[in-house]
Design a protein around this ligand. Structure first.
Ligand SMILES: [Zn+2]
Length: 497
């Protein structure tokens, strides 16, 4: 999960009244009992993270994860396919190092290129210019000096207390700093790690697969040391060497499992979580937790003999971290079925308690989601909000007008471990994981059995949603804005060439 939410919407609003009502008898209860009982949920998460480990798109571990998930779901009796899709760019991390030098020091910081960073042809040496937080005032202060230089960007420490709000402000800050540095002709952009004590992470570059700049993170302590040197008046240079395997093209695979509906088999509820991860940690919170939940939900629905009225598709998306590629490819490949996709549900915010859904998609969807949560309100409180999310796998559904939900989760340990070496199995609250599986399963089954059916948003409605919510920077950040403007990814009433 990587996106911008209007924080006010998360903290404001009114919690749903916890009405006292009998939980609907029948399949919902059955599924809940199954998911609450002994299942391989935790075993699966442990295997995916400890045995397979970090699984960035294009890696052997990613291929292994796809095959393992598919075989686990086949063993559970589901119909499974692993459709492949073409990649706009296939970036695989390789060797990278940097040396920082001034008249008084020389040292090697920990240096991690962001995904889609440009590689260097051998060593590249340039001055480092401290652009602070990368605000307009910061750029006014440094003037022309940033041209041809490495722009060093500072970032506040991202703690669990800062949570998702802190994460989104880091994204916004990186985006604007990068846009200004690129406009000023910087040779590259170097972010100081937002996690102290040497903890490193790998993010995707701003503009994702459209990025052309050298883009990397250095450890916080050495970043601060460079800043002190520059402040003291020293000229500081950096020699960087990045060698990524960055061949154009290639393919990756999603995993799609299906349970056919009994009454309206052509109507589809799609529940997805991305199975890929960045490579420094093992992708436990992002997004092994929700991958395991989707797998367990599919398995327990099947094992309980529950037959939903509508078809349920369970999607383990690939390439989310690299530009929402797997879900985007699915939507493109199923464009003629989008009218029959009743709702798309995405889970991608870690291991904290599910506290509701972020809802996008026209009249009645919020009310129907409220009804879904009401049935399981003893696991609440829940609060659902209308908010369009950019930055996870609901995106292409949303931009083609399909009603969509993204699970909202409490911050827990998500932010401090986000994309970092420390995103490992031990950070996951396993008791909460079980509870989340039941909430998620209940919600999916509710929409599969409900008579509710929304309408797809039109191109004009999508354009006004983008405008009204100022989604442009976040779309641009993930390489999505230009494609939408051209009418190539998402409905656009007025595409430009
Ligand atoms: Zn994620």
């Amino acid at each position: 999960m990587k996106q911008f939410i209007k924080t006010s919407l998360l903290v404001g609003g009114i919690l749903l009244a916890q009405t006292f009502q009998a939980v609907q008898a029948g399949d919902g209860d059955k599924l809940r009992a199954a998911l609450d009982g002994a299942t391989p949920l935790i075993e699966d998460l442990k295997y995916l993270t400890d045995k397979i480990g970090g699984r960035p798109m294009g890696s052997k571990a990613n291929e292994r994860a796809v095959d393992w998930i598919a075989s686990r779901l086949r063993d559970a009796g589901l119909a499974v396919t692993t459709p492949s899709f073409d990649l706009p760019r296939n970036w695989i991390a390789g060797q990278a190092h940097a040396t920082v030098t001034s008249s008084s020091f020389s040292f090697e910081p920990t240096f991690v290129p962001r995904v889609y960073s440009a590689s260097t042809d051998g060593d590249v040496t340039a001055n480092i210019v401290d652009i602070g937080l990368g605000t307009e005032e910061d750029f006014a202060r440094v003037g022309d000096a940033v041209e041809g230089a490495f722009a060093l960007v500072h970032t506040p420490v991202l703690t669990d207390k800062a949570g998702l709000a802190g994460l989104f402000s880091e994204y916004t800050q990186s985006y604007h700093a990068k846009a200004r540095a690129a406009a000023a002709g910087a040779k590259g952009i170097i972010y100081v790690s937002s996690r102290p004590k040497g903890l490193m992470m790998r993010h995707v570059s701003v503009k994702a697969f459209d990025n052309t700049l050298i883009t990397a993170t250095i450890d916080r302590e050495n970043g601060l040391r460079i800043q002190r040197g520059i402040k003291a008046g020293e000229a500081v240079t950096m020699t960087a060497n990045i060698k990524a395997d960055d061949t154009k093209g290639g393919q990756a695979r999603n995993v799609i499992a299906e349970i056919l509906g009994s009454e309206r088999p052509d109507e589809i509820i799609i529940i997805g979580a991305h199975m890929d991860s960045h490579d420094l940690g093992t992708g436990a919170l992002d997004n092994g937790t929700n991958t395991s939940i989707v797998m367990d939900m599919a398995r327990q629905i099947k094992a309980s003999g529950i037959v939903p009225k509508r078809t349920i598709r369970f999607a383990l998306w690939n390439g989310e971290e690299y530009g929402l590629l797997g879900s985007g490819a699915y939507v493109a490949a199923h464009m003629d079925q989008m009218n029959n996709h009743i709702v798309s549900i995405t889970h991608d915010i870690g291991g904290g308690r599910i506290n509701g859904y972020l809802v996008n998609g026209g009249a009645g969807l919020l009310e129907e989601t409220n009804r879904a949560m009401d049935v399981i309100n003893d696991r609440g409180p829940f609060a659902n909000f209308v908010v369009p999310i950019v930055g996870t796998d609901n995106y292409d559904f949303m931009m083609y007008g399909v009603p969509n939900l993204v699970a909202s989760q409490e911050d827990a340990t998500y932010a401090s471990n986000y994309h970092a070496q420390s995103d490992t199995f031990d950070k996951v609250d396993l008791v909460q994981l079980k509870k989340n599986a039941a909430i998620a399963g209940h919600t999916v089954l509710h929409f599969a059995n409900s008579a509710w059916r929304g309408t797809r948003a039109t191109a004009a409605e999508i354009a006004s949603m983008v405008e009204a919510n100022s989604l442009h920077p976040s779309m641009d950040s993930f390489g999505l804005l230009d494609a939408w403007r051209r009418g190539e990814r998402g409905l656009n009433p007025d595409p430009v060439d």
